[in-house]
Ligand binder design. Structure first.
Ligand SMILES: [Cu+2]
Length: 162
């Protein structure tokens, strides 16, 4: 983090210097401004407190972000699910609604379900989970099964391999 803090002003200075040198005004609105500065980097090393490989999952309004989308059967994972959005969300490992037919069916058949009352705005939940053999090759996704959120794209396809 310290390095990034030092680097960022440096990059700014380079940008400004480049802008001054060039007579043509350029639209150099840094796309980096879209990322909230408070968001933790997704490159944290695996936690030493949990038993499994730590995966930091972020819920936003209305999207799910995960640094990893391919998982191995039989490997214990520690999912640290953080809601950085302003609305409550739920988190599921479920079959796509397009396959099971409804949000309710997706919820009923979910492999893992963290309810919305645990994932209010700013909340973080840690769940240990190991994919069973039966998950290999299945169509699965991380999802928030709140209708409007799901319809807005709050699902992320995942793959489970042997
Ligand atoms: Cu949601």
């Amino acid at each position: 983090m310290k390095r990034i803090n030092l680097l960022f002003p440096l990059i700014l200075i380079i940008f400004l210097a480049a802008a001054c040198a060039s007579p043509t005004p350029t639209a150099t609105e840094a796309p980096a401004t879209e990322v909230p500065p408070t968001q933790p980097a997704a490159t944290e090393p695996p936690s030493s407190s949990g038993t499994g490989t730590q995966i930091d999952i972020t819920l936003v309004d209305n999207k799910i972000e995960s640094p990893v989308t391919t998982f191995q059967v039989g490997v214990p994972y520690t999912f640290v699910i953080t809601n950085t959005g302003r609305h409550a969300h739920n988190f599921n490992i479920s079959t796509p609604v397009s396959i099971v037919g409804s949000l309710d069916a997706a919820f009923q058949s979910a492999l893992l379900a963290v309810p919305q009352n645990q994932l209010g705005a700013g909340a973080s939940v840690t769940v240990e989970y190991t994919f069973p053999d039966s998950a290999v090759g299945q169509d699965l996704e991380f999802s928030c099964l709140i209708r409007r959120h799901y319809d807005d794209g709050m699902w992320l396809p995942i793959t489970v391999t042997q």
